[in-house]
Design a binder for this molecule. Structure first.
Ligand code: ATP
Length: 213
């Protein structure tokens, strides 16, 4: 099997078990040796993160310190312009060459919103999409055109993900984590306990920095 290069983008404001646990399970299902966590700097479709880029980077580093599956890539954090996923994947594709399988990992909520992304149809020429389940989000796309786009790319074959460089969408049967960073920020602001949602070193960092108060 080839070494499938898997990238996990997001705001990670803060990183939590809803990010880590489903992707750990995904890695087992698909046979990923490494997952590259790539926090973004200026997410185009959303309000600015509460934590600074450096703080989000620090929290990812603390979360993955004892999790060798993950590696941090800071390239988007260092940008000053919006990070369009398609452009980041084009840059990665140039680095990896045309044949190496490349995958982008997303949650089910992101899949549903994907047709709103910049040049979304080009994504499938660049990478596979590996989709983790997320509670509360429909398993189907919101309209027939987008569902037929999904059906055209859908695969149930893990082998295809390793054999082809791009172009397949794989929906993985990952464990459900009913939590978001937004809810965690609200819990922290209300001084509610978040131990079950965030790795302890990340929670210590948040408390020491007085973040999300
Ligand atoms: P926010 O609440 O601030 O929007 P978030 O918790 O959704 O944040 P992001 O950093 O925006 O986290 O998400 C990065 C990626 O992680 C996205 O692809 C998203 O779908 C996925 N993800 C986040 N939380 C979960 C979860 N609980 N289960 C599965 N996937 C998740």
């Amino acid at each position: 099997m080839t070494d499938l290069y898997a990238v996990y983008g997001g705001t990670f404001d803060p990183i939590h078990y809803g990010h880590l646990r489903p992707v750990e399970a995904l890695a087992g299902i698909v046979g990923l040796k490494q997952v590259i966590i790539m926090p973004n700097n200026v997410p185009p479709h959303r309000p600015q993160p509460e934590a600074s880029s450096a703080q989000r980077r620090d929290m990812v580093q603390l979360a993955i310190r004892n999790r060798p599956l993950f590696r941090l890539d800071e390239r988007e954090l260092q940008r000053t312009t919006p990070s369009w996923t398609v452009e980041t994947l084009e840059a990665l594709r140039d680095e990896l060459g045309p044949q190496r399988p490349l995958a982008f990992i997303i949650g089910q909520d992101s899949l549903l919103g994907l047709p709103g992304w910049h040049r979304y149809e080009s994504l499938m020429n660049l990478c596979h999409l590996l989709v983790c389940r997320r509670p509360g989000y429909a398993p189907e796309m919101p309209n027939a055109d987008h569902q037929s786009w999904l059906n055209r790319h859908l695969t149930h074959s893990v082998d295809e993900l390793h054999q082809l460089p791009a172009g397949r969408i794989f929906m993985a049967d990952t464990p459900l984590w009913d939590i978001s960073a937004t809810e965690i920020r609200q819990h922290l602001a209300a001084r509610r306990d978040c131990e079950t949602f965030i790795p302890a070193p990340v929670l210590d960092y948040i408390n020491q920095a007085g973040l999300y108060r």
